[in-house]
Design a protein around this ligand. Sequence first.
Ligand code: CA
Length: 372
Amino acid sequence: MKEKSINRKSFIKKTTLGALVGTSLLSCKPKSEKSDGSAAIISQKKYKWKMVTTWPPNFPVLGEACNYFAQWVEEMTGGQISIKVYGGGELIPALECFDAVSGGAAEIGSGASYYWAGRSPATQFFTTVPFGMNAQQMNSWLYCGGGQELWKDLYANYNLVPFPAGNTGVQMAGWFNREINNIEDFKGLKMRMPGLGGKVLERAGGSAVLSAGSEIYTNLERGVIDATEWIGPYHDYNMGFHKIAKYYYAPGWHETGSTLEVFFNKPVFDNLEPRLKTILETAAYRMNAWTLAEFEAKNNEYLQRLITEENVELRQFSKDILSKLKEYTSEMLADITAKDEDSAKIFKSYDAFRKNIKQWSSHSEKPYHNLL
Ligand code: CA
């Protein structure tokens, strides 16, 4: 009792002092670059940068967030950094952003780390893991649980510096032209599904296709794919998938809170003065918060439109299907972590954090949601 009381008093004292030194909360304290006095020297050097994105030009939410990012950075730097945003295909093909920024052809990129699984399978863990953490838990792992450091270490191998810069929240399972009543219905199904979810789909007998946002509608319309997942009602409505697919399935077991990213060419970022680095990181934080807020604000309105105006059939995967997909997910994770050292290291951190936060959630979010 006495020890607890001392700890509490000491915590309050430290909190009052604004220090928090010596407590576990220190793990969440943002690190700042400094301080040899160089931060006091404010350079007036101007930067004109290109931001290449995987999203079509001015794409709702995702492209808009990139435009906002450029605007916020320009405002915060008083025009010292100006950024021209390019949609996918405007300067380079959508899925070449990673290489373009890595090689220095552009200074900034925006996408989702699971698009780069071909470079390293470990990139996928920074977007989402099937049946994994939700948006707030992902943020917690990335910002305060060591996730972002692991992400930076991995991307350093590719001459890049990444930051979380958006989250979709729990997605929808996708658009299908046939009913999915049992796990066998996935057999032979060609479905657009990036990331680790795609690997699970393959275990269920389907084939996963990776295509950028701009290509999905045409691929589905022409039968290049039989089904697609995308994000959630607001975005899916704007993509028009209801015009070419009949069934809309929930829940997005494969993307439970997908983190989006901005990444910088490493030497470009590393050579900036600390003030500008802080501004860029802060703008990424704002982009992260805004994107999730925008999706959450609009999703139900558009879900209702899809159901009432577009006569979309909203379905849910059965418990049996989901439990089988969960089983395949465990097999897939065992396989990927056995084959790839970086994946093993990153998933170890992800999984430990998930187990820990799941315990807390079972006493907080879960009972609360069950009351609603
Ligand atoms: Ca998706």
